[in-house]
Design a protein. Structure first.
Length: 238
């Protein structure tokens, strides 16, 4: 069920993408968004959870703005007869603004009980543990975006394992397995796979240029070693 005729990992749900035009470092136009979604459809995807950045310093997006943006994409898909389910989430930066949002019970863009969170690539944020606590206190599940890409963890999976044991799900990016982000990131992705620390495979799709790397990642020899019964992507098709 998971593999196509060309030994490509067959996933029907993606949990990480940037497909709302003009709100972050993802697609810039509606046309670009639709072009990418068509390619997802060709790969066998039927559901995309798009997750625009929300960060205090770079992308202070408002939920209502993002909801309007995703509706525009959905309306265009309908006009063009493209059958793809789109759900809105967000990729929250683990910063003070996000912690304040959680503590004040603000408007949170969660999806099916999950919240996608990222950190800076160089330093583990001191408030991250508190953010995890606040997310779980709401009865939600934190998902850490691309743990294989954080330099402060290169060569060390122990901290990731500890976080996962505390209920943090791990989303690794498919293209990391083919070196899209670099050799250190590829090595870390392989280590996470080897130690069964992957809960979701995501695309982290920002532009059409990345699509070829997604395809190569899904077809990589490494992803064929996944324990597919433990991967949570398919559970989102409800």
């Amino acid at each position: 069920m998971f593999f196509g005729t060309k030994d490509q990992l067959f996933l029907r749900a993606d949990i990480h993408s940037h497909l709302i035009p003009g709100v972050d470092d993802g697609v810039k136009t509606l046309e670009q968004s639709i072009e990418i979604i068509r390619e997802f459809q060709k790969l066998g995807y039927s559901k995309l959870i798009t997750t625009p950045h929300i960060s205090e310093s770079h992308y202070p997006n408002y939920p209502d703005t993002l909801r309007k943006g995703v509706l525009i994409v959905m309306e265009e898909l309908s006009k063009q007869g493209i059958n793809m389910e789109i759900e809105l989430g967000a990729e929250y930066m683990a910063d003070g603004a996000f912690l304040k949002l959680l503590k004040e019970d603000g408007d949170l863009l969660s999806w099916q009980g999950y919240v996608l969170v990222e950190t800076g690539f160089s330093n583990y944020p001191l408030i991250f543990d508190e953010i995890i606590f606040e997310i779980k206190a709401k009865g939600l599940h934190p998902v850490l975006a691309h743990p294989e890409r954080y330099g402060y963890w290169f060569g060390n999976t122990k901290s990731i394992k500890n976080l996962r044991e505390r209920g943090v799900k791990m989303q690794v990016t498919a293209s990391s397995f083919v070196g899209y982000y670099g050799s250190d990131q590829k090595k870390m992705a392989k280590s996470l796979l080897k130690e069964s620390l992957i809960d979701f495979i995501g695309s982290d799709m920002h532009s059409y240029d990345q699509m070829e790397y997604l395809k190569r990642g899904l077809a990589s020899q490494y992803l064929r070693k996944l324990d597919l019964e433990k991967l949570l992507n398919e559970s989102l098709l409800t």
